[in-house]
Design a protein around this ligand. Structure first.
Ligand SMILES: NC(=O)c1ccc[n+]([C@@H]2O[C@H](COP(=O)([O-])OP(=O)(O)OC[C@H]3O[C@@H](n4cnc5c(N)ncnc54)[C@H](OP(=O)(O)O)[C@@H]3O)[C@@H](O)[C@H]2O)c1
Length: 326
């Protein structure tokens, strides 16, 4: 069995969870970690038994036998860090939101193509077994024609104008951080919208504290989506169809099962085991793509990530949110 050598670029909150998730995979090894701070990289490497600890992100380009880099920096940095790796010939799994805007995402995709190097957005939700099951059920018409989708994602963040959630220079705000999940799930089930309407409430730094969106689709379906970093919400996703409703159970972005309720019938619940946080599902998929020599994922193609980014741009234009330097 081939063992995949992973690296992590940017050693913050999510980097730790990803490292724990990789440890669940017998054919994955965390081979290198890169931080702007060597001591931080060394501490991280000691905790996870990583052979290469680097105090500069560029140092990754000199590590032998790397198979893939997971980029876990703020949204404002994804473009530069992805280009750094791609131009060094390193396959990339880059955190959501994929970039600050569609122009940056487009360039990342173009460079991946020119370099013939694998690139995928780390939209981990896509790779949960419960999501695959829900797609299968909806496509089989179990709830009839989907007429409406509701999805929300909210948590009460501590206000810190310098931190990545509220700082415009780091492309903060609820939309890019968590509003991207409701947009992702509605795109997955309903496709590209024909109309998007958005309103938002700004935080004192100018990024969106709350963002509410209404979307319409050519099929006749609609969606209502919501994100906030000011209040804890249920993180639900429910699809309403002509013959019933389907819910992703648990927090929909990391679902633990599917519930189908058809009129006059008992609800059917399909649970799934979720070992660890669930980040290993996306890592397994990347490893499968690399084994097959694919330049992009068939489950989460780059065109999907670009269109999602274009939706984020459209919403930001409507709510009047521009980041410094855009
Ligand atoms: N998939 C998920 O469930 C999930 C959950 C949370 C976050 N995320 C995503 O993961 C990414 C990182 O989020 P996080 O919560 O891990 O953030 P975080 O805790 O703030 O960590 C980000 C890391 O990026 C590096 N960095 C590079 N340039 C930076 C800059 N100018 N300012 C601040 N940090 C900089 C730092 O690492 P070094 O100091 O080591 O260089 C920092 O520790 C974001 O894209 C976010 O949306 C995904």
């Amino acid at each position: 069995m081939r063992t995949f050598n992973w690296a992590i670029l940017g050693l913050g909150h999510i980097a730790h969870k990803f490292a724990e998730s990789l440890a669940l995979l017998p054919d994955a090894r965390l081979h290198a970690v890169a931080s702007r701070d060597l001591t931080k990289a060394q501490t991280f490497a000691a905790e996870f038994g990583v052979p290469h600890a680097l105090g500069r992100y560029e140092g990754l380009l000199t590590v032998p036998d790397l198979d893939a880099v997971y980029i876990a920096t703020p949204h404002s940095e994804h473009h530069a860090h992805t280009l750094l790796c791609l131009r060094g010939g390193l396959p990339v799994l880059c955190e959501k939101a994929f970039a600050r805007n569609a122009r940056e995402a487009q360039e990342m995709i173009q460079v991946a193509g020119e370099q013939r190097v694998f690139l995928m957005e780390a939209f981990w939700t896509r790779f949960f077994p419960a999501v695959a099951k829900a797609l299968e059920l909806v496509e089989a018409g179990v709830i009839g024609e989907v007429k409406h989708l509701v999805a929300d994602f909210g948590f009460a963040a501590t206000y810190n104008p310098e931190g990545r959630l509220f700082n415009p220079a780091l492309a903060g705000g609820s939309l890019l951080d968590i509003g991207v999940y409701p947009l992702f799930i509605s795109k997955l089930f309903l496709g590209e919208p024909t109309a998007v309407r958005a309103v938002a409430t700004p935080a004192p730094t100018g990024v969106d504290l709350n963002c509410a969106m209404a979307l319409a689709y050519a099929s006749g379906a609609t969606a209502t989506l919501f994100s906030t970093v000011a209040a804890s919400t249920d993180n639900q996703c429910i699809l309403y169809g002509t013959q019933g409703q389907l819910q992703l159970l648990g927090r929909f972005h990391a679902p633990s099962g599917v519930r189908v309720q058809r009129p006059g019938e008992e609800a059917e619940v399909i649970p799934f085991d979720k070992p660890g946080y669930g980040y290993h599902y996306e890592a397994v998929h990347v490893q499968q793509c690399l084994t097959q020599g694919l330049a992009e994922s068939p489950l989460l193609p780059l065109s999907f990530s670009l269109e999602l980014m274009q939706q984020l741009d459209e919403v930001r234009q409507q709510i009047g949110l521009r980041y410094p330097g855009e």
